[in-house]
Design a protein around this ligand. Structure first.
Ligand code: 4GW
Ligand code: MN
Length: 356
């Protein structure tokens, strides 16, 4: 009898009890993230949902991946005898500039193999540009990230024209159907938007790094994990020696890509940039919005997506910079400082290949 009464009493107050349980739960979550200095319930609750409490507790430190190099044989780095003195190998914000002779592929491979990194390469082949795919993919199999998992993301309006190239194990071609644009400037610029969309939708779950390149290119020497970093850009082969005033940045202040004549570090090429999927998402999302803003304001940056990339990398400094070894054009000859030509423009017959 007595127990029945109690249950009846509780049942009447079920709403109060429910609210009390919720409050206790919130308090419990907050307690776990209490910083010890400040009590910010809303923030704590938010952090709990982000699993920050797991990090704060510190036990995860015992489960971190250890990268341990084996005993190795390589020549000692020598402070008094730097490998390159003819070119700049470090920016003022301490981003290395990657030239032949400055890195050991063996050491880097030991580190990146243990992390089992996966690399995505984005390639746009719209309209007639599908003709470049065969040579691109064949040479990439020889020189690009050999020994790593690679996804070639081919964005094209002509999936049936993507050639069947034999790939090494762990590497695949992923065809992503996209629309083409009437104006070639839009084809080039829309790459930013498409990369950001697929980064969110697909790349984030499949690869660790994204490398974004032109398709009218071929590999002719090693391009490996030395290029990988949070955000990287490549020195344009036409401007690496130049003065900032002479760079073909967007100079009209109405454009989002505007850079003043007394600003700028380098002129980066639109045909080779990349980074972690997160950073590439930030970069391409930012640039595609800047392109849309320009469009709304009736202005188009002088070198399209390349102008916006240059503005982004001025205000968000890259963590690595690739020398023009990584994007060369044989029309520029072969200067003394260029020990290797790793990724080279394929000459194109502009009348035949380009859309009027
Ligand atoms: C003029 O008629 C065109 S068409 C200029 C670029 C075009 C184009 C570019 C195209 O029709 N289809 C296409 O897929 N693209 C992509 O944009 C392709 O990935 C190409 O590598 C990239 C940049 O264009 P591009 O290589 O011709 O630019 P440049 O000569 O500066 O390297
Ligand atoms: Mn190109």
């Amino acid at each position: 009898m007595c127990a029945d009464k109690w249950i009846n009493e509780l049942w009447k107050r079920k709403h109060h009890i429910f609210i009390l349980i919720i409050l206790l739960f919130v308090f419990w979550l907050s307690w776990h993230t209490y910083s010890g200095r400040m009590w910010i319930p809303s923030l704590s609750f938010y952090c709990s949902l982000n699993f920050d409490h797991v990090r704060k507790d510190g036990s995860y430190l015992d489960h971190l991946l250890e990268i341990r190099l084996p005993r190795m044989n390589y020549s000692q780095p020598n402070i008094m005898n730097p490998p390159r003195t003819d070119v700049l190998v470090m920016t003022p914000w301490f981003a290395p500039i990657i030239w032949d002779g400055t890195f050991s592929t063996d050491i880097l491979n030991q580190q990146f193999k243990q992390r089992d990194v996966r690399v995505g390469l984005t390639l746009f082949a719209i309209k007639k540009y599908v003709v470049f795919l065969q040579l691109f993919l064949e040479t990439a199999e020889k020189f690009f990230m050999v020994g790593y998992k690679v996804n070639y993301y081919v964005l094209t309006d002509r999936p049936e024209a993507v050639p069947n190239v034999t790939l090494k194990e762990g590497r695949s071609v992923v065809v992503l159907k996209t629309q083409s644009n009437a104006r070639w400037q839009d084809i080039s610029m829309r790459r930013m938007e498409m990369i950001s969309l697929f980064a969110k939708k697909q790349f984030i779950g499949e690869v660790d790094y994204i490398v974004c390149v032109d398709v009218d290119m071929k590999f002719s020497d090693h391009v490996g994990v030395e290029i990988l970093s949070d955000v990287f850009g490549t020195l344009h082969p036409g401007f690496y020696k130049g003065q900032r005033q002479r760079f073909t940045y967007e100079r009209r202040s109405e454009s989002q890509a505007y850079i003043a004549s007394d600003e700028g570090d380098f002129y980066y090429a639109g045909g080779f940039f990349g980074g972690t999927v997160e950073e590439v998402y930030k970069l391409t999302n930012h640039c595609s919005h800047a392109i849309l803003t320009d469009k709304a304001n009736g202005i188009e940056a002088i070198w399209h997506d390349e102008s916006h990339l240059n503005k982004y990398l001025l205000t968000h400094k890259p963590t690595k910079i690739l020398s023009p070894e990584y994007l060369w054009d044989n029309n520029m000859g072969v200067p003394e400082i260029l020990k290797k030509r790793r990724f080279v423009a394929v000459p194109k017959n502009h009348n035949q290949i380009r859309n009027k």
